[in-house]
Design a protein around this ligand. Structure first.
Ligand SMILES: NC(=O)c1ccc[n+]([C@@H]2O[C@H](COP(=O)([O-])OP(=O)(O)OC[C@H]3O[C@@H](n4cnc5c(N)ncnc54)[C@H](OP(=O)(O)O)[C@@H]3O)[C@@H](O)[C@H]2O)c1
Length: 249
């Protein structure tokens, strides 16, 4: 999907990759960029509309939906990563709330608009969704779960004209991995890679130098083949299943 004249909503838009995605969407000619943030945001470009949006808050999600008239692309970018060793249940629950349940609720809330525009959902995942990074196991669990959610949404919404994209990010130079001395790509180049993948229609996007070498092996591998085979189990009346997604608590 080409971003020119499109309306885009990005969660976690105040810093890191989210902030870079806002600027890259503007550069590509987006008509309106809704910047979802937990704290007030100011942006010089008048095409940016700030939205107060904590993805774990049902009331903020509801209010955000009421402020958006039209939407072509939803980017579920907001996320947390906390170092743990799986001994802390609170850390696991927090990752699941922000990285999995939040994006699912946001997606369901904006689905009517996305269905109307035949739009796209982009979920910012991680290479840790494919194999756990054992120094952040709770984060890895949440990203693997968010990937599974992405695959199911993709299958359920295929008949509705809404595309669902997984982004497998490698290390990007943001607050999230500050202090980790490994090669990292810039958030600006990651944003570029994400939108390039979306414009090429890639359902699985590998946007940076660490992730790109995985792309070919992933796309021709057994796990991807199994995803395609399992998609065939979605009933022909997909409309019915997908139509119910947003109407249940
Ligand atoms: N950086 C990497 O190396 C890397 C690698 C793989 C995947 N990713 C993924 O890329 C996405 C962006 O990461 P980043 O590196 O840009 O991280 P970041 O710089 O730490 O920014 C995280 C963003 O998420 C927001 N956020 C956190 N909890 C939220 C909530 N409950 N509701 C709404 N927004 C919330 C933060 O808002 P506040 O400012 O209010 O906290 C911030 O805008 C994440 O999903 C992350 O998992 C990053």
């Amino acid at each position: 999907m080409n971003l020119a004249n499109k309306t885009v909503l990005i969660t976690g838009a105040n810093r890191g990759i989210g902030r870079a995605l806002v600027d890259e969407a503007l550069r590509r000619g987006a008509k309106r960029v809704y910047a979802g943030t937990r704290t007030a945001l100011q942006h010089a470009d008048e095409r940016v509309t700030p939205l107060t949006l904590d993805v774990t808050s049902a009331s903020q999600i509801q209010r955000a939906v009421e402020e958006v008239e039209q939407l072509d692309v939803l980017i579920n970018n907001a996320g947390v990563a906390i170092y743990d060793d799986l001994s802390n249940s609170v850390a696991i629950e927090q990752h699941l709330a922000v990285n999995v349940v939040g994006p699912l609720k946001v997606t369901r809330a904006f689905l009517p608009l996305l269905r109307r525009s035949k739009g796209a959902i982009v979920n910012n995942l991680s290479l840790a969704a494919l194999a756990p990074l054992p120094v952040i196991p709770a984060y890895s669990i949440s990203k693997a779960a968010a990937f599974s959610m992405t695959q199911s949404l993709r299958a359920l919404l295929a008949g509705q004209g809404v595309t669902v994209h997984a982004v497998f990010l490698g290390p990007i130079d943001t607050d999230m991995n500050r202090g980790l001395e490994i090669p990292k790509a810039s958030p600006e180049s990651a944003a570029l890679g994400i939108f390039n993948g979306l414009e090429k229609g890639e359902e699985d996007i590998f946007p940076d130098p660490a992730s790109q070498p995985m792309a070919e092996g992933w796309r021709t591998g057994v796990a991807k083949e199994l995803e395609r085979q399992f998609t065939a189990f979605v009933p022909k009346e997909r409309g019915e299943a997908a139509a119910n997604l947003e109407s249940r608590p």
